[in-house]
Design a protein around this ligand. Sequence first.
Ligand SMILES: NC(=O)c1ccc[n+]([C@@H]2O[C@H](COP(=O)([O-])OP(=O)(O)OC[C@H]3O[C@@H](n4cnc5c(N)ncnc54)[C@H](OP(=O)(O)O)[C@@H]3O)[C@@H](O)[C@H]2O)c1
Length: 268
Amino acid sequence: MSWKDKVVIVTGSSIGIGRKMVEQLLAQEAKVVMNARNAERLKASVKSLQEKGYQQLIGISGDVSRHEDCAQLITQTVEAFGQLDVLINNAGISTEGDVAEVSNDIYKKVMEVNFMGSVYPTQYALPHLRKTKGSVLFVSSVAGIRGIPGYSAYSASKMALTALAESLKVEEEKHGVHVGIAYVGFTENDPQKSIYDKDGKVIAQPSRDFIKQEPVEKVAARLISIVEKRRFKHVFTMLGKLNAGVNRLFPGVVERILKNAYNNKIEE
Ligand SMILES: NC(=O)c1ccc[n+]([C@@H]2O[C@H](COP(=O)([O-])OP(=O)(O)OC[C@H]3O[C@@H](n4cnc5c(N)ncnc54)[C@H](OP(=O)(O)O)[C@@H]3O)[C@@H](O)[C@H]2O)c1
């Protein structure tokens, strides 16, 4: 597949994995729409890529958890570039905390961004993707394969994407739209990355230096290749693959591993 002049939206792409995907797509001559809530940071990201010589890109600010913003994202993309070939539902937020302590509001927010924030853009994009026989990619996580203690809201929101992708794949087959879902593993974080604490306060992502993290370039390239190869499910990293395989065959073993990790963490 050639990316030349393919029109691609990457939600949540002012920093991190999304931004890296944008850069790699532009390098392959795609026309790209970047998106994020913070308009200033988005503008700065667009500008820095333009300064590298990439001109086939625009930024459309908006919140994927607001359906009006998603409608605008799709409409303005088609107005600017005439069509839509690929939607990458990448925007996501993370949170930590046990079920007993995470506030209702933060559960709601995580589901609204990570789940509804993938539903809305997809619904508005489908009429255009059917015309181009394009692709929708959902960016899930290895935390979406099995509920992780201390991360239930995030895990649940990413697991919900599996059901969405499975249903959509069968529904859209007759229209020629490809559906993919990626279970991304620990990735080197953008220094600007933030997460929500159990009360919904935005905090810097705590250091994860004790875990092996994949380079963001590699993760972005692998996400792009899922679309190129029109693959359905793809689990990243050896640890992720092991987790998925063992969880299917011996769920009790994974529970024991998670229990040990969780108990060690609360003893720290
Ligand atoms: N990093 C990892 O280790 C890892 C592992 C597994 C899966 N993932 C998944 O990969 C995706 C990207 O992760 P990342 O680490 O690159 O994220 P990140 O560095 O935190 O960047 C998130 C991006 O999404 C935007 N965003 C957040 N909420 C949004 C909303 N409501 N509407 C529109 N844009 C929004 C942010 O900009 P604004 O704040 O300005 O909106 C930012 O551009 C996420 O879905 C994440 O769950 C990441």
